[in-house]
Structures are given as C-alpha cells and as structure tokens.
Design a protein around this ligand. Structure first.
Ligand SMILES: [Zn+2]
Ligand SMILES: [Zn+2]
Length: 212
C-alpha cells in the first residue's frame, strides 16, 4: 500500500480504522477506548470538504467539519457556503467552528466546539467559554493525536496502526484539500487547488453576467 494523499488512500485509511474495530465519534463527550474522532479543518475549499464527505459516507464513516467564518478563501454566508453546510449535514457530518484567534463566532450553525486555525503555542490550549476546545484535555493528548498537516505525518501514515488497533483512541485531523486535489507534493497539490479555484471563479463571473 502506498501512502499517497489521494482519495483512494483516504478510503483505505477509513477501511483500516474499521478493520481495527474503531467507531466514529464526535466531540460532544470525552473520548472512550475504541473511538476515532475524525476531524476536518476546512482551510481552503468547501468543494473539497463535500467531496471528502462523499467518500466517507460510501465507507460508512462520519466526521466533524470545522468551518471558518473568517476565511479569505471561502464565504460560509454565500449561497455556495450554505449549500455546502447543508450537504455536509445531509452526508452525516457534524458542523463545528474553525476559529481565527481571538475571534469566536459560534452561532446556530455550529455545535459548541472550536478548533483554532494555525494556533500559536501560546493560545493553542486556551479554554473557550461555553465551548469545547479540541486541543484541550480530554479530547487532545499527543499520543492520541495525528495530523496530515502539509502532507507530512510526523509519525508516519497511521493506517497500519489503525488497522492493528494500536491507538486506544485517536483524534485524527485531516485537511480535505490535500487529499482531493492531485499532486506529488504540497506545492503541486496547491497548484491543482488554484487551477480548480480559477475555473470555479470563471463560472461565478459568468453567473454574474460578466462578458468573458
Ligand atoms: Zn497510509
Ligand atoms: Zn486551519
């Protein structure tokens, strides 16, 4: 098995978790033995989030989607944003908040669960009043946490350890963009994302009755 950052291997990762006996869980209760807390920070693309959610539903998986209200890349209040939230829910996902320090915009769209975007160490584990902060105990513990940030697993791809049931429980952070768009490196994958984004924006210009 090659550990590519693509949808085929994402499916294999989900299958490995099921083979290892894990059950999918959210952030509404402290993690129990056997829980897989599948978390997605959506930094760049709602389209990628929906695509990944479709893969999850096919694999019998579900997850918590952390969406930004202050992204420079997408607008949750746009029609596209509203559709994406509705679709993620329809596919069995939960919606939580990916907040940009120090602003927390929890409203009725979100569960009271917050993950900071690109947190500095000083505030990574700061409590959020009235909400669960996912990088705090009991939801976070370094031995029970893996992240795909920048297409780099610090301890290697976790599919083997999941399949063997080696984690007592795990919070697994997956960024949809880096699995949905093609590329052999983070830089190439980001170029694919930009190509797709450009094509999508051309369509938006057309829809805005701009002569192209
Ligand atoms: Zn792997
Ligand atoms: Zn982020």
């Amino acid at each position: 098995m090659t550990c590519e950052f693509d949808l085929a291997h994402y499916r294999e990762l989900l299958e490995a978790a099921k083979a290892g006996g894990y059950r999918f869980a959210g952030f509404d209760a402290p993690p129990q033995a056997g829980d897989l807390l599948l978390r997605h920070d959506v930094d760049l693309s709602l389209h990628a989030a929906v695509r990944l959610a479709e893969v999850e539903v096919e694999a019998g998986a579900w997850s918590t989607w952390f969406l930004m209200t202050r992204s420079v890349f997408y607008n949750l209040d746009s029609r596209e944003g509203e559709h994406a939230v509705a679709r993620l829910r329809e596919l069995g996902g939960r919606i939580a908040h990916h907040a940009v320090w120090p602003s927390v915009d929890l409203d009725e769209r979100f569960e009271p669960v917050v993950a900071w975007h690109n947190p500095d160490p000083e505030y990574m584990s700061t409590p959020v009043e009235g909400a669960t902060s996912v990088m705090m105990s009991p939801w976070f513990d370094p031995d029970h946490y893996r992240s795909d940030s920048n297409q780099h697993w610090r301890h290697g791809c976790p599919h083997d350890a999941l399949e063997r049931g080696e984690f007592e429980w795990l919070q697994l952070l997956i960024h949809p963009e880096i699995w949905v768009y093609d590329g052999q490196s983070m830089a190439e994958t980001m170029q694919s994302f930009l190509d797709a984004d450009r094509a999508a924006r051309l369509e938006l210009l057309r829809a805005d009755r701009i002569d192209l």
